[in-house]
Design a protein around this ligand. Structure first.
Ligand SMILES: NC(=O)c1ccc[n+]([C@@H]2O[C@H](COP(=O)([O-])OP(=O)(O)OC[C@H]3O[C@@H](n4cnc5c(N)ncnc54)[C@H](OP(=O)(O)O)[C@@H]3O)[C@@H](O)[C@H]2O)c1
Length: 339
């Protein structure tokens, strides 16, 4: 029997993957840090609408994901693992203890537990394009999901800010997984799914305030749709959340010839088009000042994820679609249009 274990289901990507997995008919178990968080998932209107039985969707409580053996029980009987439960660079976080260390510890612990779980066939880890991109000033060099950033000696262990800690966490996690495959010869295969900034509808955001502040990377899109500016430059490349969920599942169920292969998801776009998309599709919301022209300082990037489009057999969704999906959700929550 196929059972998917999903970490990070209380977050933007993990929840969308979970929804896509149960909608596709899979049995899903998800890990949470508290019972309250389990309820956030179970009581979500998008889940409630599906009226799933307990045998289709269940949670497992792991108060601290970083402890040795934390995933041992959760992995019993599991065939596929999708690991999206890892910190993102919140400015309020301690760079080392809240971002860098858990990024590495959780992934290491999960792989170590999977070694003890004979049913596990595939482990998919959500990484980020920052784990592949060369350090320093933006480079014209083409990067892809198989690119690795050389590790400095010694490897840094303290950081100036959470974003720097996040980048090094993702870079080192990729190296650690490669090393794990080489040295531990696991009975399962590992692939990373590697998105750029992810934008699109987030069913976990239940009102307009949540959409603007508790919406992961969508917070940045919301800022620029509401006349603001994200606090730092953003790569001019994005991934639609629907593609991100689709790719996680497609990669999880790939046949063995692509074992241990990583898959990027990012498409170039222009943040200057956001306001045009809003003006064209929601002119009243622009006229009444709900949507205002904001600003994003773009960072150039040259990342090739064409192999993933080949895997999907189609082009990734357009930036306009992501902007309009988020705008529509915002207007629904604000009571301006019906769901
Ligand atoms: N969003 C993007 O643009 C983007 C782009 C590229 C890669 N990614 C990667 O995708 C993954 C998920 O991102 P997201 O956008 O879904 O972020 P998110 O909405 O902030 O969700 C993060 C998830 O990870 C869990 N988590 C965070 N720190 C944890 C810790 N120390 N111990 C246990 N669980 C922890 C959270 O659980 P709680 O609810 O318990 O806090 C939540 O379920 C991350 O690996 C991120 O690096 C995201």
């Amino acid at each position: 029997m196929t059972i998917i274990l999903i970490t990070g289901a209380t977050g933007f990507i993990g929840f969308h993957v979970l929804l896509a997995a149960v909608e596709a008919g899979y049995t899903v178990r998800y890990t949470v840090r508290s019972q309250e968080k389990a309820l956030v998932v179970a009581s979500n209107p998008a889940i409630q609408k599906l009226a799933l039985g307990k045998n289709r969707l269940s949670s497992v409580l792991i108060p601290d994901f970083t402890l040795d053996g934390a995933f041992d029980t959760a992995l019993e009987g599991v065939t596929h693992v999708i690991h999206a439960g890892s910190p993102v660079p919140n400015p309020a976080y301690n760079p080392t203890t809240d971002v860098f260390q858990p990024t590495l510890k959780i992934s290491e612990g999960l792989l170590a537990s999977a070694l003890k779980a004979p049913t596990v066939k595939r482990v998919i880890i959500t990484s980020s394009i920052v784990g592949n991109l060369p350090l320093g000033a933006p480079s014209a060099k083409v990067t892809s999901a198989s690119s690795r950033v050389p590790l400095s000696d010694p490897i840094p262990s303290s950081f100036d800010n959470p974003f720097e800690a996040y980048i090094f966490g993702k870079i080192i996690e990729l190296h650690n997984s490669d090393e794990f495959v080489k040295t531990r010869n696991p009975h399962f295969t590992i692939s990373h799914v590697v998105p750029g900034y992810v934008f699109g509808r987030n069913e976990l955001a239940l009102d307009t305030a949540m959409m603007e502040t508790q919406n992961s990377s969508n917070n940045f899109l919301m800022m620029s749709m509401r006349g603001g500016e994200p606090p730092y430059p953003l790569y001019n490349s994005f991934a639609h959340i629907d593609d991100v969920a689709d790719v996680h599942l497609r990669v999880a169920f790939l046949e063995s010839e692509t074992e241990h292969k990583d898959f990027g998801i990012t498409t170039k776009m222009d943040y200057n088009t956001i306001f045009n998309h809003l003006n064209k599709n929601f002119p009243e919301a622009v006229a009444t000042g709900i949507f205002k022209m904001g600003k994003v300082v773009p960072l150039p990037i040259n990342y090739d994820s064409s192999e993933t489009e080949q895997l999907l057999g189609r082009k990734f969704k357009a930036f306009e679609t992501a902007v309009l999906d988020v705008a529509k959700q915002y207007l629904e929550k604000a009571g301006n249009i019906s769901a």
